[in-house]
Design a protein around this ligand. Sequence first.
Ligand SMILES: NC(=O)c1ccc[n+]([C@@H]2O[C@H](COP(=O)([O-])OP(=O)(O)OC[C@H]3O[C@@H](n4cnc5c(N)ncnc54)[C@H](O)[C@@H]3O)[C@@H](O)[C@H]2O)c1
Length: 485
Amino acid sequence: MQVTVIGTGYVGTVTGACLAYLGHQVSCIDTDADKIGKLQRGEMPIYEPHLEELLAEAAARGGIEFSTDLGPAAARSDVIFIAVGTPPRASGEANLSYLESAARSIGAAMDGERFRVVVNKSTVPVGCGNLVETLVREGIRETHPQDEKRIRFGVASNPEFLREGSAIADSLYPDRIVLGAEETCTLETLRELYAPIVEQRFEAPADVPRPAAMTRVPLVTTTLTSAEMIKYAANTFLAVKIGFANEIANICERVGADAKEVMAGIGLDARIGSRFLGAGLGWGGSCFGKDIQSLLYTAEEYGYQARLLEAALAVNRAQRQIVIQKLQERLFILKGRTIALLGLAFKPDTDDLRDAPSLQIAERLLQLGARVKTYDPIAMPACRAQNPELKIQYCESAMAAVTDADAAVLVTEWNEFRDLNLAEMASRMQQPILVDGRNLYDPEEAQRAGFTYSGIGRSVRPRPGVGRGRTNGAPMSAIINNPVK
Ligand SMILES: NC(=O)c1ccc[n+]([C@@H]2O[C@H](COP(=O)([O-])OP(=O)(O)OC[C@H]3O[C@@H](n4cnc5c(N)ncnc54)[C@H](O)[C@@H]3O)[C@@H](O)[C@H]2O)c1
């Protein structure tokens, strides 16, 4: 099929690449000429593992082009995706100006030659499907009103669930595809588009293998409104789940329990599930905070106070301050101290810094008079470019960042930080203080390496080794070493 994707950010570029990889002919459009220039030259404007290789394959299969000119692409397309940003306004309400402009431009570019489906992939407040339809019609009326009766199109909501860092696998092997639409012909067009994924009838990319036993992807069809609500419900549930783990971890820390053991213990309950229970210094990223705020705003419009969602936001805000409190407890004075932040990206395997805890922590430390050194394997150029006012020292390695520091804070659990030589790290520091904001290290091992260690909700009391906490014959340590995030 002929497809246009509007917006070449984290979602649009990956969506376009995957659809072209499946054999569709794809045009990716963005108003940012710089981004489009990079993509045309084969340079990646974002960091996403294996995206470069997938784009090369996509070009050879269905074909993929990048342009700032929507008109010709929309004219030949069967399906037009909107994947532009919907950032929050100060009030929490989603800023729909990019969506509105994209929808009007689609209207302006349409003709009566074929039936087209306009698909909203951006995360938008409930009711935006209708808004998109209205704006496309307005775009038609404003530019070529004489064609209005001849132009046929349907609007669908197709929320995106990809996670940055594993976006390609999430797109090719999703847990489900959600399609919300009011007319059968709109749904049929999208069923055809997604058939290769639903039936898993494509050769898996070499770098992104198909999960074992995956044969079919569930396709959920709903009304427009339910599809829009599914996206918000999914993200707010995940944010609440992590918030819950953090709340329990904070209590664990006070009573001397170990949050990792507790989460492993509850995660084995099938009703709870083991994923997204990792306590830490709070979630970040472009989606959770913005989507909770947007849903709160919608609820308020209907006179409903969503108390659980308010609490999830409050718990997360407080969680980021825990690092500062822990540093103050150990160093007392932060003025003039040097703090090393390991990791900047809001999570590993991305360069995305939107709502990253690292930035808030760095700003607070600077306000308190500390000096901040940092190292991140990928996100340092983006951080430098996006935060020129942030007076932090960028280092070439984790070891360089911790050298002569008074404390180190593990902010992002990049894989390369798992293998750091903790004893060497401790020996390079002024004071071997480690605040493990992601519970990456074993508290006892860190202490043996010479650190004064503090995780989130972790017990550092000596524990008896043998015969403790066995489940089905497996030592508890083996169970808790399985990632719970
Ligand atoms: N990033 C994620 O992990 C993720 C996951 C699921 C859903 N989403 C949702 O998907 C949407 C896009 O997110 P993103 O992270 O890819 O955003 P992004 O900011 O990385 O990219 C958006 C792109 O849209 C472009 N754009 C804006 N207005 C345009 C217009 N009128 N015409 C053409 N291009 C235009 C911008 O220049 C930018 O390149 C958001 O609504 C987000 O909530 C994001």
